[in-house]
Design a protein around this ligand. Sequence first.
Ligand SMILES: *Cc1c(COP(=O)(O)O)cnc(C)c1O
Length: 232
Amino acid sequence: MSKISIRDNLLRVEENIESALIASGRNKDDITLVGVTKTVDADSINEAISYGIENIGENKVQEIMDKYDKINKNVNWHMIGHLQTNKVKYIIDKVDLIHSLDRMSLAKEINKRAKSESIIKDVLIQVNIAEEVTKFGLKKEEVIPFIESILDFKNIRVKGLMTIAPFSENPEEVRFVFRDLRNLGYEIEKKNYENLEMKYFSMGMTNDYKVAIEEGANIVRIGTAIFGKRVY
Ligand SMILES: *Cc1c(COP(=O)(O)O)cnc(C)c1O
């Protein structure tokens, strides 16, 4: 991937995001672009940062550990992948937002590790709207009981919801996923839980971010459209 193409790709993605926001009557700054950097080397990530990327997302603890010291410090890290309980300790002081809280054992561990660092960790709850067996996340109807069971965890702050839509050639087919997640957010907001904000809706990837934005995404996680096809 040459310099020019990361820059051009990023510009194109930013233009698309802006037009989707404007088309849906939203403020053009009402979104956070997370550049998904899994498998991307540190030089390319730093290059993207030099073009204005302020948030990067990784899905593996090991990759965060390997890259952390090589990446420009002026960037926020997002843990977007499945998080093993025994690895929380390695990233608790490195990531700004964990998108993948999906079970009690993980909530307990994040709370415990955050407490020992004297910090409050911002998290999103991952919801498996389409109930795909291959994906992690709580089922829709499990989310409110789960939230209520962690309300007194002092070192975790729930900031919103995250979902991954099933892959589809036609993103219109997964519009309901984004709409359902946003509606679940409204339902949770109405409960007026203390110290809990439905501020972020992390939804939309390369294939479907325009539809996700139209349905209220304010964090999009985009890898391929910026860095090119991943080579594993
Ligand atoms: C890989 C990944 C993305 C980005 O996917 P692209 O299709 O490359 O944009 C977004 N979210 C999660 C959770 C991912 O694992």
